[in-house]
Write a protein that binds this ligand. Structure first.
Ligand code: F6P
Length: 322
């Protein structure tokens, strides 16, 4: 193996740059050439290759976003697109790839690796923390800190006006951000897709809090909750309980940006380094993860097939501690 490629794919996440840096520096340390591929799988098809040197990744460890840009490629879902990508890799003499992304990216990587028997190792990059085979995905820690800081601020004004707030956080299919941010801010309720939402139970809790004269109520809603987003849930609550003044805030893409936290940088760097070492050791078709502070590898097939499980203790904490 002489030359490796690296790219970021799917929704970007803080810490992706730290991971790119680690891939580049580890590759160079072991005498490999490293090529950056811009805009993920789409860049593979469009030949958006740039040589990366040690200095190319100076100072990016502290930056959000991704210096390689990211995309969700429709063309790569077609056989023709993948064929073109493969030809481009051959033309460029790229022997192996590190892909930093979420389950959509690993699905693409898995199909491609099987079709062309191409060595690929994945690093889990998504704020959602929804990948099986790792305790933490790159971006999650920063996203929950961003959400926590924003909700802390909302809580100040909620308290000042005795208001009920429904705050929607990201998580299309997963409630990890909602749950962790919810516990961190002392939310009264957290609604996540992994646990069925019953509006009547929620209303009963809010009425009880109202009767207890709680001055602020914060309900954190994962965008993918089964009862709908924050606006829909607020409407449903209002129909049953309109004594309290309520507002809705959708935090949105603020959660995807910003400086990665210290732990984010450390984990992303470790995963990037281990990804290159794994390729050098002949591993392929696997995702690097960190479980109980140890590096573990999970096949793309399993990482895609299984879900990262919510810890029920977190839901219990919301109930008991609020
Ligand atoms: O997968 C990461 C994520 O941020 C989800 O939480 C969210 O639903 C989605 O991406 C948003 O995607 P887009 O940036 O394309 O709107």
């Amino acid at each position: 193996m002489k030359k490796i490629g690296v790219f970021t794919s799917g929704g970007d996440s803080p810490g992706m740059n730290a991971c790119i840096r680690a891939v580049v520096r580890t590759g160079i340390y072991y005498g490999l050439e490293v090529v950056g591929i811009k805009r993920g799988f789409q860049g593979l098809i469009d030949k958006e290759f740039i040589p990366l040197y040690s200095h190319s990744v100076s100072r990016i460890i502290k930056q959000g976003g991704t210096m390689l840009h990211s995309a969700r490629s429709k063309a790569f879902r077609t056989k023709e697109g993948r064929e073109k990508a493969y030809q481009n890799l051959l033309d460029e003499n790229i022997d192996a790839i590190v892909v930093i992304g979420g389950d959509g990216s690993f699905t693409g990587a898995h199909i491609f690796a099987q079709e062309y028997d191409f060595p690929i190792i994945g690093c889990p990059g998504t704020i959602d923390n929804d990948l099986y085979g790792t305790d933490f995905t790159i971006g999650y820690d920063t996203a929950i800190n961003t959400a926590m800081e924003a909700i802390d601020k909302i809580k100040d004004t909620a308290n000042a006006h005795d208001r009920l707030f429904f705050i929607e956080v990201m998580g299309r299919d997963a409630g990890f951000i909602a749950l962790s941010a919810g516990v961190a801010v002392g939310a009264e309720a957290v609604l996540i897709p992994e646990s069925p939402t019953d509006i009547n139970t929620l209303v009963a809790l809010l009425k009880e809090n109202y009767n207890k004269k709680k001055t602020s109520n914060i309900v954190v809603v994962a965008e993918g909750d089964d009862a709908g987003g924050a606006f829909k849930i607020a409407e449903a609550v209002k129909e049953r309980f309109d004594q309290v003044d309520m507002r809705v805030t959708v935090l949105g893409h603020i959660q995807r940006g910003g400086k990665p936290t210290a732990m984010e940088r450390v984990r992303a760097s470790r995963m990037g380094m281990e990804a290159v070492k794994a390729l050098m050791a002949g591993q392929r078709g696997e995702m690097v993860g960190i479980v109980n502070n140890d590096v573990v590898f999970t096949s793309f097939k399993q990482a895609i097939k299984y879900n990262n499980e919510i810890n029920p203790v977190m839901l219990e904490m919301v109930k008991i501690l609020s």
